[in-house]
Unconditional design. Structure first.
Length: 146
């Protein structure tokens, strides 16, 4: 068990070190951070979605933005599209699970907002459909995959 724990911690540290050594990825992170700040300065909102553990990540990020993360600051309008079970079940029933996020974006997304889709595989059809809906509405999109 101890060796397994050590390996998990070492793998995490190696991943972080690889990020620090990847200038292209670091520049992408800076670009995304600047885009997020601009969205917030314009009074727009962040919408997030994912499946399973990625849904939990979406909810956590939204909560940190609305609440406080690290220091007191104004609340940032944010919502996880994974939290409204009535929406999820109604849309899933009427349109299919592949549309549970895109349909919500059709109703709530406005030009200038930002949508963050989280997918471990990068192949979740409901997340892919959400990106299409977001782009159709002039929403900035960010993919967290792999």
């Amino acid at each position: 068990m101890k060796n397994y724990i050590i390996k998990q911690i070492a793998d995490s540290a190696a991943t972080k070190q690889a990020i620090l050594e990847n200038d292209a990825l670091l520049e992408t992170i800076v670009t995304v951070a600047k885009a997020c700040v601009e969205v917030y300065r314009q009074g727009k909102k962040t919408m997030l979605a994912g499946n399973g553990g990625s849904a939990a990540d979406a909810q956590h990020i939204a909560a940190e933005l609305v609440g406080r993360y690290g220091f007191d600051r104004p609340s940032i309008p944010s919502l996880a599209l994974t939290t409204d079970t009535s929406n999820l079940t109604a849309i899933g029933n009427d349109y299919g699970y592949d549309k549970v996020f895109s349909r919500q974006l059709e109703g709530m997304a406005q030009e200038g907002d930002i949508f963050i889709g989280i997918s471990t595989s990068g192949n979740s059809q409901n997340i892919i459909n959400a990106f299409e809906s977001a782009k159709d509405r002039g929403v900035t999109t960010v993919a967290l995959v792999g």
